[in-house]
Write a protein that binds this ligand. Structure first.
Ligand SMILES: NC(=O)c1ccc[n+]([C@@H]2O[C@H](COP(=O)([O-])OP(=O)(O)OC[C@H]3O[C@@H](n4cnc5c(N)ncnc54)[C@H](OP(=O)(O)O)[C@@H]3O)[C@@H](O)[C@H]2O)c1
Length: 189
């Protein structure tokens, strides 16, 4: 287990969490999913899922809200325009959901594959998904909650924390997945 993120109430949690959305829907996947979650818990992962920031803030408990869960991945960078900084200013930790682009086309991008060839982890040569996750986790106050339906993916995601992207890697990713140039509505899935 590597980096931790500190909430404004002083609590510290691992920067890698676990998403569970849609888990349990398919009975045939159940034992793999449970094994994955168990492996994560055994490895010390402690952040599991979700809350609605804006509505919580409107309640009398709003001040006690310490995290803002939003869509954030290479394919969905809208929050970089101002929300990330706003969270930071309010000492609210940003929690990235769907950080792997839901395992879809984003992970097949050539740039991710090329960058993966330059890196490795304790599990071996890096994979595109690990680069995508390392990119989300590059920022010190950010938590990511990738969903892993197998222990193999879960362990790869933990190992992704070993990857340090270079300035050249980040520039190549900016070119392939451009950051926002203006304010955009909060994207959701
Ligand atoms: N607040 C909200 O509105 C909201 C909305 C959407 C999601 N969420 C939360 O965010 C969590 C994660 O989001 P998500 O499930 O939409 O998308 P995601 O985490 O970006 O992607 C999950 C997909 O990536 C695959 N994957 C995981 N680790 C991988 C690896 N190492 N290599 C290759 N593929 C890998 C998974 O496959 P396997 O299953 O085969 O491992 C799955 O298909 C959800 O579980 C949910 O808790 C919140």
């Amino acid at each position: 287990m590597t980096r931790k993120v500190r909430f404004k109430n002083g609590v510290e949690v691992p920067a890698l969490g676990m998403g569970t959305w849609n888990m349990g829907d398919d009975v045939s996947l159940r034992s793999d999913e449970i094994a994955s979650l168990q492996a994560g818990l055994d490895a010390g992962l402690r952040v599991i899922d979700t809350a609605d920031m804006k509505e919580v803030e409107q309640t009398s408990q709003g001040e006690s809200c310490v995290a803002n869960q939003v869509l954030y991945s290479l394919s969905h960078r809208g929050i970089e325009f101002d929300l990330l900084a706003e969270d930071h200013d309010r000492q609210v930790v940003t929690m990235a959901y769907s950080p792997l682009g839901q395992g879809g086309g984003m992970l097949k991008d050539n740039v991710l594959a090329k960058i993966a060839q330059k890196h490795s982890t304790s599990l071996g040569p890096a994979k595109p998904a690990q680069i995508a996750l390392a990119w989300v986790l590059r920022q010190s106050s950010l938590i990511a909650i990738p969903k892993a339906g197998s222990k193999k993916h879960l362990l790869e995601n933990i190992a992704a924390q070993e990857i340090r992207l270079t300035d050249d890697d980040l520039a190549a990713l900016d070119k392939a997945f451009p950051p926002p140039k203006k304010k955009v509505p909060l994207e959701v899935i």
